[in-house]
Ligand binder design. Structure first.
Ligand SMILES: Nc1ncnc2c1ncn2[C@@H]1O[C@H](COP(=O)(O)OP(=O)(O)OP(=O)(O)O)[C@@H](O)[C@H]1O
Ligand SMILES: [Mg+2]
Length: 215
């Protein structure tokens, strides 16, 4: 019944891709999953609607509304699912903050450019604010390197830049075209390209996330 929020100020950094593919990996581990699309752009829902895979069964749109409506939606999802993923819009948004207020874990994807670190710090600040308001160790906060160009200096430098920000870094996801192709088919990478490097990266990330979420 863990609630995992994927957030970030920067647009297009891979939040929805991570939300959808983690849903696929958790389902493959035998978990029931609910993936709430709290972004008014509804890209996760649009992805799910392209096909008839696992996302078509587990993605639900969250309508614009109050904090209490969002929290009720999360609670209802927790009643039926082992893991609730919440995809959020880019920017520093009230809905993202409210999702963080009920999250066990916040995942903050970060791209390889040094420019990606500034918006990342702001998103981390939002999660820390939620934690302070809750007077709790939760949400836990982890970075996820995203769209990483492996074997480049930028890619190699990212993990150490992230560690300097003081939060743990989870296994990252490379820049992999198959991830964009899977979206066009309405499928997760596990359904679209099982055994691909991208799918194995998501499997590794999901295992690491599951370990933290259980705590
Ligand atoms: N690791 C990756 N490798 C290649 N393409 C990717 C990867 N992650 C995401 N993409 C592509 O980049 C684009 C943006 O990804 P995505 O929608 O997941 O980002 P986002 O952070 O959710 O964006 P937004 O801020 O608009 O919600 C999409 O076309 C997606 O297919
Ligand atoms: Mg998105």
């Amino acid at each position: 019944m863990a609630v995992i929020v994927i957030a970030g100020r920067k647009g297009g950094i891979g939040k929805s891709t991570i939300a959808g593919n983690l849903a696929g990996e958790f389902a493959a581990m035998g978990q029931t999953v609910a993936a709430l699309d709290a972004d008014p752009q509804h890209s996760l829902a649009a992805w799910a609607e392209q096909g008839e895979g696992i996302l078509s069964q587990c993605v639900e749109k969250v309508a614009r509304g109050t904090a209490s409506a969002l929290h009720a939606k999360v609670r209802a999802a927790q009643d039926k699912a082992d893991t609730v993923l919440v995809d959020t819009p880019p920017g520093i948004q009230e809905i993202t903050y409210q999702a963080m207020m009920v999250a066990d874990l916040v995942l903050l994807p970060c791209g390889p450019s040094p420019l990606d670190l500034f918006p990342l710090k702001e998103a981390m600040g939002l999660a820390l604010k939620a934690r302070a308001e809750r007077r709790s160790k939760k949400p836990r906060i982890r970075f996820v390197p995203s769209k990483v160009l492996k074997n480049t200096n930028l890619g190699r430098g990212l993990s150490s830049s992230l560690e300097e920000l003081g939060k743990k870094v989870l296994p990252g996801i490379g820049q992999r075209i198959v991830l964009a192709e899977a979206v066009g088919s309405g499928l997760t990478v596990r359904e679209f390209a099982p055994g691909s490097v991208a799918q194995e990266e998501f499997e590794e990330l999901a295992k690491a996330v599951a370990k933290i979420a259980r705590r």
